[in-house]
Design a protein around this ligand. Sequence first.
Ligand code: SF4
Length: 591
Amino acid sequence: MKILPGWDKKKNPERGVIRKRWHGRVTCALVFPEPYGVGMANLGLQTLYSLLNASENILAERFFSPKEKGPLGQAAQWLSEESRRPLRDFDLILFSLSFESSYIGVLKAIVDAGITLRSIERGCAEPVVLAGGVATFINPEPIAPFVDAFLLGEFEGIAPVFLDFLPRLLDRSEKRRDRLAAMAQSVPGTYVPGLYHPIFDSSGCFISWDREDDLPAPVPVVKAPEGLTDVPHTAILSPHAAFPEMFCVELVRGCGRGCRFCAAGFVYRPPRMWPMDAIRKTLKDAPDSCPIGLVGLEYMGRPGVEELCESLLGDGRRLAFSSLRVDELTPAFTRLLKRSGAKTATVAPEAGSEGLRRTLNKHLREEGILRGVETLAQAGIPNVKLYFMLGLPGEEDEDAEEIARLVGRIRETLAFRGKGRGRVSRVSVSVSIFVPKPWTPFQWAPFADVKVLKGRIVQLKRAIGRLPGITLSIESQRDALRQAVIARGDRRLAPVLEAVAVKEISFHRAVIENGLSSEMFIRKRDPLDAFPWEIVGHPVRRGYLLAEWNRALSGEETPFCDTTVCKRCGACGGHRTETGPWTKISQNSPR
Ligand code: SF4
């Protein structure tokens, strides 16, 4: 991204915005149905914006959830950031979805724009409604009836064929259904839900699919191709983004650690690192005044990362890190953190007991956590934010106490180190409720029993309350339950989402009014159960996930990815080769 000279910060605080003339171009509304600050911090959205606008014939403008309703209770106005035009004016609406919680926003945007809500009833002259992003390739089904086509996978891989196909997709002389069917046949990663019909048995369990026109089932997700040199990075800098004016760059895609609760870790397999020379070249575009955010699920200790940080800090840049492995913190890396101005480090043990961390495949021992915290304190980073989960598979009442016990030990370690330096440390604890996600080994696990969870929350509050100076925040159980239902939902949830978006009733009431129950979606699954989200074709094999589920139940850990030799999950050695611009992550890489 080049920042144009003569930029006037007062008139327009955003830098890097692309404004094109409308005449003669395909117009694409790029919608991130969350508040502006959240959307602008999303590297996926920023990459999509750059990739679409890189094409001379396409104009892409951003939309975020409006702050307020319209005057006199009218529908909220969804207006583009660039030209302030409404959604309806665009040829194409492309939703970028990172979280299942954004699904209700999809419906709101369509309804508020006055566009026909259900794909099957949409008229020929109405915009084509597409959706992509990680939430859709984990489970697109709850919003399937509202979307004309999903683009499943990494957009770098989809873009070339998709952009070539656009004139036909928008050719209104042909029937809408025929255009979509042709797209499903021609553009890899396209899933047109109207051409697939889920079959449920009499008890409401999903069994399989009926499909039209000899279409693929499952629809294979597309990965970014080899040979790319454009490392994803922030295209538009904004003081109102969640990370104000931060220039973010992706170092690594995917993660090879195999944490069993993490859907991103499985759907982005194999783990890949961008080559260091391409990263350095991208960073040359970062304006001097902006902090640099290094993005990726795991990059600490990877070849060249420490040297990169050294040289950026040497150039006077400020750095922010998206991932830290506390047990692998070396004194050298900790000094880098300190030099980059960090006062607080985030540490995610996820569970208090060693046994539960084994179930999660965290590969994180208590001594490693304490050693890491001590290293941080020694380097002058006195505060930690700790992340835990409640409601995990195999969790017992004692595990709530175990969290408090571990927090206590971390606090003591920090207090001991801080005393010598006359400093008081702050420890904050954030607890989320575990949601079993599709495409993880825990897709067979139930969401925790609500009463049991309540009891454990009380127990944890009491135990943490005995420790002085700890700040505790716990996610709402109700929110987590809603997330769990949508995460493993299917098309039966469509009227529920519609009632929430249109009638504005509560999610749980809408579930009941539509003759459903949360239990249908959050219950434990049998090994042979078919899943509606398996319409998405990920390279990770079901048998591998099931074996990992069994290993979790018996508390066995699985080693990290080593993409140079391993073929065990199905993501390596298939459609990809071992060469290319990505450096695949190996366990043997120096850490
Ligand atoms: S095949 Fe092995 S190295 Fe490749 S993603 Fe799967 S587990 Fe990781």
